[in-house]
Design a protein around this ligand. Structure first.
Ligand code: CTP
Length: 417
């Protein structure tokens, strides 16, 4: 599975901030993802990083001057703007953000921005007082409402000796945000008018008023999928067990605790075009004791009662079965064999297999930010490379959009019914 950055043309605009010294890290990371990166540095930026260093690292000449006679300078800004699939301004100084917000075009960088119709991601970096200044915040607000994407600066010690918010975002996060921006463009509205149900996180099965049975699920993968679906134009109902994850913008979240509550919430959310079951649902519950078990007496009788299998119930529905039902298989051994059996047994369309035991190839799927998955359908098996859970979500949503677009029996949308 290749990155959304593979072969993409990135224009990195470097403006005047000490964080310009991080440009080499950004360039390296983009090149590692096989993106074709070119740099444009402002006069201020060139005080911190030399055009020669940028040219060596990117493998391309660096654009700098509006009035360079060696090139077809009169149309240079148009060409740079047109050729880029995405423009990243990193670091973006307070001055450059102000220029962008006001539509100034008095050097090559600001002129390119004004001539661009490709998506733009801005990564600000400045002193924390400049960041909090109402003029800066007003400019950012204006740019955001114009559709410009931002990756917020981080808090920490600054070059000036002060501490606060204003440090350039981590280069890894800049790469990830660029990837999301490109994915969002590609997936843009691809699932418009479609309703998806996503389950996420663990379930808690109470034993008595103070104790419960739980598992290590963080909910990260389900929340990332819900966010990616919403950004592709889908209406999303996210049914979450107890997790500490922020609700993605625009997603309808229903909080539940037990497997039975989760099943009720899924049924209540139907009809849906698709349902993705990422939750680590407890397979068993206990007969609940309204009184706390006390020690000193005989050990409590913790007989287990089997919980409903939500994925299987929804997949086997005669009416209101979502067009695409996806389950996850968390396995500790015989990953593909067990996942294939689950596909048959549960009656879903795809099973996403992931290992809950870490090894040298990939960490455990439980809790961390990365995962290595295989997607098993009734037709084939796709093995994906190790990726962050956010990247997996973006690629999965592209695959889901293709499935809906290509299916011969393309059903009309649930929402528009
Ligand atoms: N699932 C569900 N309801 C349950 C148990 C599981 O909806 N009571 C869903 C999960 O959300 C996941 C899939 O079924 O999409 C597989 O879950 P998993 O825990 O891997 O498997 P189990 O069904 O629990 O089977 P086993 O314990 O044999 O691994």
């Amino acid at each position: 599975m290749s990155s959304f950055l593979n072969g993409k043309r990135i224009l990195l605009v470097i403006s005047g901030s000490i964080a310009a010294i991080k440009a080499p890290d950004i360039i390296r990371l983009f090149r590692r993802k096989k993106a074709d990166i070119r740099c444009l540095v402002t006069k201020g930026g060139a005080h911190f990083i030399t055009p020669l260093a940028l040219a060596s690292l990117s493998g391309h000449p660096v654009a700098q001057d509006m009035w360079d006679e060696s090139e077809e300078s009169s149309i240079r800004h148009i060409r740079l703007a047109r050729e880029a699939d995405v423009i990243i301004v990193a670091p973006a100084s307070a001055d450059f953000i102000s220029k962008m917000a006001n539509g100034l075009a008095n050097d090559l960088a600001s002129t390119v921005i004004l001539a661009a119709d490709s998506p733009i991601l801005v990564a600000p970096a400045m002193n924390h007082r400049m960041w909090h200044h109402s003029a800066t915040q007003r400019n950012i607000h204006r740019l955001k409402s114009d559709g410009i994407a931002f990756i917020d600066p981080e808090a920490g010690p600054m070059a000036c000796g002060e501490t606060g918010i204003g440090r350039l975002a981590d280069p890894e996060d800049i790469i990830l945000s660029t990837e999301s921006l490109l994915a969002r463009e590609e997936n843009h509205q691809s699932l418009k008018n479609r309703h998806f149900i996503v389950t996420a996180g663990p379930t808690y099965e109470p034993i008595d008023p103070v104790r419960y049975l739980a598992n290590r699920s963080s909910g990260k993968q389900g929340f990332a999928i819900a966010e990616a679906l919403q950004k592709s134009g889908a209406k999303v109902t996210l049914i979450a067990g107890p997790v500490y994850q922020a609700t993605p913008d625009g997603v309808d979240r229903v909080n539940v605790e037990t497997a039975i509550e989760m099943e009720e919430a899924v049924e209540a959310a139907l009809p849906a075009d698709g349902a993705i079951f990422t939750a680590a649902v407890a397979d068993w519950r206990f007969r609940y004791s309204p009184y706390k078990y006390k020690k000193g007496r005989s050990a409590p009788d913790l007989t287990l009662i089997e919980n409903p299998d939500i994925l299987s119930t929804i997949s086997h529905k005669k009416t209101d079965r979502p067009f695409l039902v996806i389950g996850f298989a968390a396995e500790s051994e015989d990953l593909l064999e067990n996942a294939k059996l689950k596909l048959q047994k549960k009656g879903c369309d795809w099973v996403i297999a992931n290992s809950v035991i870490g090894n040298e190839e990939a960490p455990s799927a439980m809790g961390g930010d990365y995962n290595k998955i295989s997607i098993i359908s009734h037709a084939d098996v796709e093995n994906w490379a190790l990726m962050s859970k956010k990247e997996i979500a973006l690629h999965l949503v592209s695959k889901i959009a293709d499935y809906f677009n290509l299916a011969n029996n393309f059903p009309s949308s649930i929402i528009s019914k």
